[in-house]
Design a protein around this ligand. Sequence first.
Ligand SMILES: NC(=O)c1ccc[n+]([C@@H]2O[C@H](COP(=O)([O-])OP(=O)(O)OC[C@H]3O[C@@H](n4cnc5c(N)ncnc54)[C@H](O)[C@@H]3O)[C@@H](O)[C@H]2O)c1
Length: 290
Amino acid sequence: MEIGMVFVVGAGTMGNGIAQVCAQKGISIVLNDISQDALDKAVKNINWSVSKFVDKGRLSESVETIMGRIQTSTGLDEARNADLVIEAVFEDLKVKQEIVKKLDEVVGDKTILASNTSAIPITEIASASTRSENFIGLHFFNPVPMMAAVEVIRGITTTDEAFQYGADFVRYIGKEPILVNRDIAGFILNRINMLSNMEAYRLVEQGVATPEDIDKGMRLAFGRKMGPFETADLVGLDVQLMAYSSTYEEEKDPRFYPPTILRRKVLAGHFGRKTGRGWYEYDENGNRKD
Ligand SMILES: NC(=O)c1ccc[n+]([C@@H]2O[C@H](COP(=O)([O-])OP(=O)(O)OC[C@H]3O[C@@H](n4cnc5c(N)ncnc54)[C@H](O)[C@@H]3O)[C@@H](O)[C@H]2O)c1
């Protein structure tokens, strides 16, 4: 596989990580954002992260060589020369579709278009494009430089070639593709995680166990780095509720109906670390109180 340039739209948490892993594999990157401030921060963050990998001896090239592959832009024009465009902006269908429409006017016929959406069906985003056959989902996990799995999602109009391209690209950047053969809400890994998290919340709701004990058990028995409640406080209970509710709306399957305890906590503003309280309590420095 030969990849000349990848154009990444959105220079937030995920866009930064995607740009970094591509640059580390020798791919030229144009990182795009509507905010110059976000682009400036992105370059600093990526530089810091690449330096850490170089210091630990995990990369053979210099920071300057890797960073030299990353250009930034507030416009979409350079997407013209891209082999692959990866959209990683806010989780908002309208914003994503607007970008797809604009990209349609710029990119070449062979360019593969991808979205890093966490939950929006790929077909829905692709429907804004006149070349939806070239559209795939590439769902990276956070933090991108550390996480080896990437879900490759086939929309209803995606061709075999585009789907294969996604899997080959993921291997090319040193990660493992997890193939999602049908465009289903929550894809695979989040879908499984969602159900297991909701079961954990229900067990707390029913007074069967405490969050502390469930987290400890999941770490010790299943080798997880963090239990479901610790993770939820980091991700944000509000963010989780949105993802679970949208999956329920899409599927109308009672298994995905968010547990009352989660809905109440969000109503009370107990979002997790960012509000100082979620399943656990935190001090002003974000450290657990107990
Ligand atoms: N954060 C995660 O853990 C995670 C994991 C997997 C997937 N995702 C998905 O990845 C996507 C991005 O998430 P994130 O956490 O990086 O978001 P973020 O909020 O960190 O960054 C989003 C960036 O998009 C930019 N943006 C907004 N509108 C734009 C436009 N029209 N053109 C160009 N840039 C624009 C913003 O300025 C911002 O810098 C979302 O779809 C999210 O659901 C997130």
